[in-house]
Write a protein that binds this ligand. Structure first.
Ligand code: URA
Length: 247
């Protein structure tokens, strides 16, 4: 094979494996890291809980979270993606993690999945200004890989505090990863969607009705599932119109 062809196929292989962003000016010698000649990636640190609990408003939470160095994803992400929408909204969406477009713009749900989320909101007569939108993780996992349990655990105290500070009337977990993280369960999204949960706000007696919905990125791949998503959207609309214990 010609040299040009070899280089192209190596690059294609790297992109397929998720190495689709330049993350530093100089290469990192992974063999040196493994042999102990260079410092390994940071280990999970208990600082997460104390940093988040100290925040008494959204600006402080954003600053604390952005300054938090305990999650290795921060090293590879381009931007810290905190939230979008209105902080006073009655409806709060929590997705999984920024994708490529969100990482570039520093705003959640602005790529293809975000555009479908906007259309889902419009279907129940709402737009971004009627909602508050964030993610479990504020940094993009490289190549859009699934976040690890450890990355989620590290950032969980921040999203818990985030929810407490926003204090929505209805909480929507967008996709299985967000639903499992917030509900502390291993059950899959197909079992979690279609019903209401009572989310206990950590550190308070407050309870918020939580609905898990199919992720718009999944709906883009499986449009036939939009029927189920519609059922959940109607339930959310009903709950906003008639607050109280959902039934
Ligand atoms: N998927 C998510 O879960 N969150 C985003 O912000 C974008 C895509």
């Amino acid at each position: 094979m010609a040299v040009g062809g070899t280089i192209t196929s190596v690059l294609a292989w790297q992109i397929e494996a998720g190495a689709d962003e330049a993350v530093a000016d100089a290469p990192l010698d992974r063999f040196a890291v493994a042999s102990g000649r260079a410092p390994p990636s940071p280990e999970p640190s208990p600082e997460a809980a104390s940093a988040s609990v100290a925040a008494n408003d959204l600006d402080s939470l954003k600053a604390d979270f952005e300054a938090f160095d305990g999650c290795p994803l921060k090293e590879t992400a381009t931007n810290f993606v905190f939230a979008d929408g209105s902080a006073g909204a009655r409806l709060m969406f929590v997705g999984e993690a920024p994708g490529a477009e969100e990482d570039r713009q520093g705003v959640p749900f602005v790529g293809p999945a975000g555009r479908l989320l906007d259309r889902m909101l419009a279907a129940i007569g709402l737009d971004r200004s009627d909602a508050y939108i964030t993610n479990i993780l504020p940094w993009r996992p490289p190549g859009n890989r699934n976040p690890t349990d450890s990355e989620i655990a590290l950032c969980l105290p921040f999203i818990e505090r985030h929810i407490a500070l926003v204090g929505p009337e209805v909480l929507v977990a967008v996709g299985g990863t967000a639903a499992k993280a917030l509900l502390g369960t291993r059950e899959g999204i197909m079992r979690l969607r279609g019903r209401w949960f009572n989310y206990s706000v950590p550190g308070s007696d407050a309870r918020i009705p939580l609905r898990a919905v199919l992720h718009p990125a999944y709906l883009l791949r499986q449009p036939a599932q939009k029927r189920d998503a519609w059922t959940d959207l109607i339930a959310i609309k009903k709950q906003l119109a008639d607050p109280g214990t959902p039934g």
